[in-house]
Design a protein. Sequence first.
Lengths: 107, 117
Amino acid sequence: DIQMTQSPSSLSGSVGDRVTITCQASQDIRKYLNWYQQKPGKAPKLLIYDASTLETGVPSRFSGSGSGTDFTFTISSLQPEDVATYYCQQYNNLPWTFGQGTKVEIK
Amino acid sequence: QLQLQESGSGLVKPSQTLSLTCAVSGGSISSGGYSWSWIRQPPGKGLEWIGYIYHSGSTYYNPSLKSRVTILVDRSKNQFSLKLSSVTAADTAVYYCARGLGYYGHWGQGTLVTVSS
């Protein structure tokens, strides 16, 4: 299985801050990397697929980049409603696998 | 608007079989190209992908669960199901169904299954 390693495991930022999460794959996954947001008690919500494509309806302050083994997810201006846990997920190789999650909080 | 709704037993005894169904509305499970998946999340932990089925009936299961998992599709009822046998406390989780193309844009709300005697 491909291991997905996210960092940091948690972070705290002020409203308006630029926030970055990284996801590293244990082997080349080309561009097949997705990002999800999960709020407590809710199902995950797809934000970005194929490393950098913004899902319809998702605010443009969310962005993603990378290819191969190293990927980055950015919130350009952190908002109170962005408090959540964020997961990366690869789908280059079965079984699909998720990162362990990054919890984002507001200072 | 596509909607997915999980249902099934919320409490299962150890060694028994967990059974869940995902009802699909607002779209056909037979529409081509999509996989219909199960994903679970133990309380306070991360997401684990269980497996998928296509409308044709072809499946792929996570090798970590393969010997215990069965996913079936019922096109007449526009739903698909999950069976997980020989459950233990480690199978306690919120179980989600989802529609995907490798990425999952549609999820059910999730259902908590507790394994306990």
